[in-house]
Ligand binder design. Structure first.
Ligand SMILES: Nc1ncnc2c1ncn2[C@@H]1O[C@H](COP(=O)(O)OP(=O)(O)O)[C@@H](O)[C@H]1O
Ligand SMILES: [Mg+2]
Length: 434
């Protein structure tokens, strides 16, 4: 069967990309899932006997978006009858979520919320839909399964700040990686009314993200976390066993004690961030807890568990709930009121994250940041770092006065912690590094 779709400009560039890894980063409704699935089917047909996998963020999304796309929408969009598609198939097993083609190719439909199902035999290709909503480790697992020609992986997604998708694809040009940015406006099958309604419901950087598919601007982010410079996995330090790298094992001798920051919530989550303090006073974020509608008794239990595991000396807490701080103390934890001054707190966290210094003559030198993060163990923290951003005016100019009050629970916890640590004056050898 001849498949001749009519493609929007961004879809066309993506479909003709020769890169081993490629991505469509775009606003809602451009036709990302359409194109990702189209490429899956075309690859299965082009490489008889090949095995590939489509990964959705959740099993529900698999059932609600991927299956209907493969069964119907894709063919309708191309003016092909569903029967014609059926002629290519040997079977679609929805129990096992496997599509078998007459040419012996196989497509596995999988979801990121069932991580065990992501492991399996070697693949020729994989496709991750709404990739920014899946953990970075899903990408890494799928990369590890790519062993058979054409060895290609592609993703489609709406951007989510500067998270792993940005880190992998967009931060700097990379050999074999290519990404294409498109806007919702390209999709000619969507009504103007629908497009306008999306435009009206967002503004500023979220309009740029959800409609135009841009990553939130560098200037708009409160913190800049860099996968190369801040991820502990790239250092000799790691405070957990790493199944993918047996050299990285628990190294308790590398740290003296832990500290923590706590942000209270109910509808908003309760958030705890944990750092270990290295002997030279560098901080390594190694653990997190973030859960909403959690009674204080449960949070206390969690805090005690973390305190034991990481030898936490002090919990620096959101000062707004003294009664919760008292609960921590009653449980034998050293809990103190954190400082709530936003600007100085942010400034201190930024100083700990700094990767460069400038001397009086304006010479810039690279330095090891005072704070690093275990990107795998602190996934939600990393996610918040990627999207925590300042407000903007209607023209999209960044207003440095105040960060948007969202996605900031672990950010607040980190801020209380670093601010508290700094104010208690653990200086010693730290100055030697700067
Ligand atoms: N090139 C195309 N030709 C025809 N229909 C398309 C095309 N691209 C997308 N569509 C249709 O537009 C709608 C939105 O596409 P979808 O892939 O769900 O968007 P997204 O995943 O970007 O939100 C779907 O009904 C899809 O079938
Ligand atoms: Mg989609």
């Amino acid at each position: 069967m001849d498949i001749k779709p009519r493609l929007w400009p961004t879809q066309y560039k993506f479909m003709t990309s020769k890169a081993r890894f490629s991505a469509i980063i775009s606003g809602l409704g451009l036709g990302k899932t359409f194109c990702g699935c189209l490429r899956a089917v075309m690859t299965a047909l082009e490489y008889p006997g090949s095995h590939g996998a489509i990964v959705a963020s959740t099993y529900k999304n698999l059932e609600d978006f991927i299956v209907p796309m493969l069964e119907q929408q894709l063919w309708e969009g191309m003016g092909v009858t569903v029967e014609k598609w059926g002629e290519l198939l040997a079977g679609f097993d929805k129990q096992k979520m496997v599509i078998r083609f007459k040419n012996r190719s196989v497509i596995y439909l999988r979801s990121a919320d069932r991580p065990d199902n992501l492991r399996g035999p070697n693949l020729s290709w994989f496709y991750i839909d709404e990739a920014a909503k899946v953990p970075h480790k899903v990408w890494k697992i799928m990369l590890g399964r790519l062993r058979v020609a054409p060895e290609q992986g592609w993703i489609t997604t709406t951007p989510r700040g500067r998270n792993w998708v940005w880190q992998e694809f967009a931060r700097k040009p990379r050999h074999e990686y290519e990404y294409f940015v498109g806007s919702t406006a390209e999709n000619l099958t969507l009504s103007t009314g629908y497009k306008d309604s999306i435009k009206d419901s967002y503004s500023g950087s979220f309009l740029r993200q959800e409609f135009y598919g841009e990553f939130i601007g560098w200037e708009g982010l409160v913190y800049n976390l860099d996968m190369d410079k801040h991820d502990l996995s790239n250092s000799r330090y790691l405070y957990r066993e790493d199944p993918d790298d047996e050299r990285k094992v628990w190294r308790q001798e590398d740290f003296e004690y832990g500290i923590a920051g706590v942000d209270w919530g109910w509808i908003d989550p309760m958030a705890i961030s944990v750092a270990v303090v290295r002997k030279d006073s560098h901080l390594h974020l190694v653990d997190e807890f973030c859960q909403n509608k959690t009674p204080i008794e449960k949070v206390v239990l969690e805090a005690k568990r973390l305190a034991e595991k990481w030898k936490i000396r002090t919990f620096f807490c959101d000062p707004s709930r003294p009664e919760y701080i008292q609960e921590f103390r009653n449980a034998g934890l050293d809990a103190r009121k954190g400082k709530n001054d936003l600007d100085p707190g942010i400034a201190i966290v930024n100083r700990y994250l700094a990767t460069e210094t400038e001397d009086a003559d304006g010479n810039v030198a690279e330095i090891e940041p005072l704070m690093k993060v275990d990107f795998t163990a602190c996934e939600q923290t990393v996610e918040e770092f990627a999207v925590y951003h300042y407000e903007e005016d209607d023209e999209g100019r960044v207003l440095k006065a105040k960060p948007v009050d969202a996605d900031n629970h672990l950010m607040d916890a980190v801020r209380y912690m670093v601010y508290g640590f700094e104010k208690r004056g653990h200086v010693s050898s730290r100055s030697g590094n700067r």
